[in-house]
Design a protein around this ligand. Structure first.
Ligand SMILES: CC(=O)[C@@H](O)[C@H](O)COP(=O)(O)O
Ligand SMILES: NCC(=O)COP(=O)(O)O
Length: 252
């Protein structure tokens, strides 16, 4: 059985479109938790294009499950995290000109800095997740940084141009999840996941949590947020049965 954390960034995107106070991502978080979400994720970007500092502070008071602050590995964000103290911080790469997160965090090539940022967050009593591409090099580097969690970037898989590439990326995700688990890391997966492309991942027993936002908010526009969360939660909760059923055919 896997957990589901819901990213409410794009409720804030709609609010920022008019610069008024609704729809409020805090309301979305309450409804998502009412629907059974295990956690809430917000990405406080340097450019504040969607989630605002106020959202994070209010969510800290309101969220009953895990509050996950996604952030760039910068002094500003480490400082804010140290004041707000979310349950966990997910370090993500960030570029002002990007439409959304592109690749995973470069941990292996940046080990000293990443170890220092992870250490600072640990000193503030905050667990750390590293949002990385599904490669053994990045997983081993995340382990060296003493992060508790790795979140495997599923964007390339979700946007694969053809079936052979999709299958290759699925195998990379499965192998990466298995290696991370063997190293004692908790394993999450996220970016671009929806009700269709999540199915193959449900067979991977080492993935403990799914981080999903855009597709849930997009579906909520038509069916409502509680139903959209409930649909995805049912799939996440089914992961165990998927994994058990697939176990005999899975590559050793
Ligand atoms: C890291 C990731 O894939 C998302 O959680 C991130 O929040 C994407 O950025 P936007 O929410 O700004 O699209
Ligand atoms: N870290 C992934 C996340 O929080 C949500 O990503 P997406 O589902 O909005 O692409």
């Amino acid at each position: 059985m896997a957990r589901l954390s819901v990213n409410v960034d794009h409720v804030a995107t709609l609010r920022q479109a008019r610069g008024i106070d609704e729809p409020d991502p805090v309301w979305a978080a309450v409804l998502a938790e009412k629907a059974g979400a295990d956690g809430i994720i917000v990405h406080l970007r340097e450019d504040r294009r969607h989630i605002q500092d106020r959202d994070l502070w209010v969510l800290k008071q309101v969220v009953k499950g895990q509050l996950n602050m996604e952030m760039a590995a910068t002094e500003e964000m480490v400082g804010i995290a140290g004041e707000v103290r979310p349950d966990i911080c997910t370090l993500v790469p960030e570029k002002r000109q990007e439409l959304t997160t592109e690749g995973g965090l470069e941990v292996a090539g940046n080990l000293e800095k990443m170890r220092a940022v992870v250490g600072s967050l640990h000193e503030a009593g905050i667990a750390v997740s590293l949002f990385i591409d599904p490669t053994s090099e990045q997983i081993k580097a995340a382990h060296q940084c003493e992060a508790e969690v790795v979140e495997l970037h599923t964007g390339a898989y979700c946007n694969a141009p053809d079936e052979p590439t999709r299958q290759k990326l699925l195998s990379a995700l499965e192998d990466s999840a298995r290696l991370a688990a063997r190293l004692g890391l908790k394993v999450a997966a996220g970016h671009g996941l929806n009700l269709r492309n999540i199915h193959p991942l449900l067979a991977f027993p080492d993935i403990e949590e799914y981080s999903i936002g855009h597709s849930i908010i997009a579906r909520a526009v038509f069916v409502g947020l509680e139903q959209a969360v409930g649909e995805m939660l049912a799939l996440a909760r089914s992961a165990a049965s998927h994994a058990a059923a697939e176990a005999p055919q899975r590559r050793l």
